[in-house]
Design a protein around this ligand. Structure first.
Ligand code: ACO
Length: 328
């Protein structure tokens, strides 16, 4: 039988501090009713100064390794999907690799914003299936609240911090594992979600770059229209490629950005609410953390069990989008 990449452990970590919609209404001109109706978000988690993507990623990784029942020294590779690494470099995956003690593993970051985990899972499973490596840790994490503009009500209400991690292991005698992934991108949408300062174009060492925003800029309605299309497109494509239909899906775990976007994707696929996992009300949009946190909670709530077919989908800055079809 061909080598499959099976998720043998999943875990997540979120900071303890909760910021509710009512708390936000004291900071910017907003209210619980607007945020709930437009996004479905009720509260989100916020990192302290000492909590970062690497600290959350480390905790989520340790939880995933414990569930998988393997040691960090068994890992061949650590992949971290993030756009809010602790530093420009070294990579956040290297910081996590050191903290968990994965001394036999390589480490790399993947920058695909809210689709970071979808992209990272795809790379990890392809390397396992090709026979290059056997044990991979995939982390999705972001701490966007550190770079959000707290005076911009159209973005600051949307984001929260969190991490999820999965252990993928090679297995030869199973029908479990990653069935298929699709990855898509459209760079013409790059202006819709961006942070201009801090890169090579507007380095922080250049005083002129200070005029460029250090905070998230997002053209909300453009991203909304793109997201509604992209989610459905990626899901239909990944199912079509393996001859499955939405009826074959046991659990749909979409990127948790906005309840209206999730509902419209589920409607397009004809999936009933009991097959759709939602936790956006608790965490807001945790970007790279969103899908793995949802998978981890779905497992701990008993909604995702070995053998079930799970469909994940995500979209984000780039623009990028993609989907994973997994037999859990
Ligand atoms: N509270 C109260 N009113 C607000 C708020 C707020 N927090 N934010 C905006 N408004 C107002 C606007 O000013 C506007 O008022 P106006 O009509 O007087 O001008 C009105 O509400 C409607 O604003 P819209 O932007 O049209 O609201 P919309 O229904 O489109 O919802 C939202 C905005 C929630 C941002 C939506 O566009 C969305 O979810 N977009 C997708 C965002 C996303 O998913 N991003 C993911 C990628 S992020 C990444 O990759 C890092």
């Amino acid at each position: 039988m061909p080598t499959k990449a099976v998720i043998t452990g999943i875990g997540h970590a979120v900071p303890p501090k909760i910021l509710t919609n009512d708390d936000l209404s004291k900071i910017v001109d907003t209210n619980d009713e607007w945020i709930t109706q437009r996004t479905g978000i009720k509260e989100r988690r916020i990192t302290s100064a000492t909590e970062t993507s690497s600290t959350l990623g480390t905790e989520a990784s340790q939880n995933a390794l414990m569930q998988a029942g393997i040691s960090a020294t068994d890992l061949d590779l650590v992949i971290c999907g993030t756009v809010t690494g602790d530093m420009m470099f070294p990579s956040t995956s290297c910081l996590i690799q050191e903290r968990i003690g994965a001394r036999n593993a390589g480490a790399l970051d993947i920058g695909a914003a809210c689709a970071g985990f979808i992209y990272s899972l795809s790379v990890a499973s392809a390397m396992i299936e090709a026979g290059h490596i056997r044990n991979v840790l995939v982390i999705g994490v972001d701490t966007l609240t550190k770079i959000v503009d707290w005076t911009d009500r159209s973005t600051c209400v949307l984001f929260g911090d969190g991490a999820g991690a999965a252990v993928l292991q090679a297995s030869e005698n199973t029908d479990r594992g990653i069935i298929r992934t699709v990855l898509m991108a459209d760079g013409t949408g790059a202006p819709y979600i961006k942070i201009e300062a801090g890169g090579g174009l507007h380095p922080v060492s250049n005083p002129a770059s200070l005029e460029k925003s250090n905070h998230i800029f997002m053209a909300g309605s453009e991203v909304y229209r793109f997201a509604v299309n992209a989610m459905g497109e990626a899901c239909c494509k990944v199912l079509d490629e393996v001859g499955l239909t939405p009826d074959d899906v046991d659990l749909f775990v979409p990127h948790q950005a906005n309840l209206r976007i999730i509902d419209s994707a589920a409607k397009r696929l004809g999936l009933p609410p009991e097959k759709v996992f939602v936790n956006v009300h608790k965490y807001g949009n945790t970007s790279g953390g969103s899908v793995p946190i949802a998978l981890s909670e779905a497992v701990s709530e008993g909604r995702l069990k070995p053998g079930m077919i799970v469909l994940t989908v995500g979209f984000g800055a780039g623009l990028v989008w993609g989907a994973n079809l997994i037999r859990w």
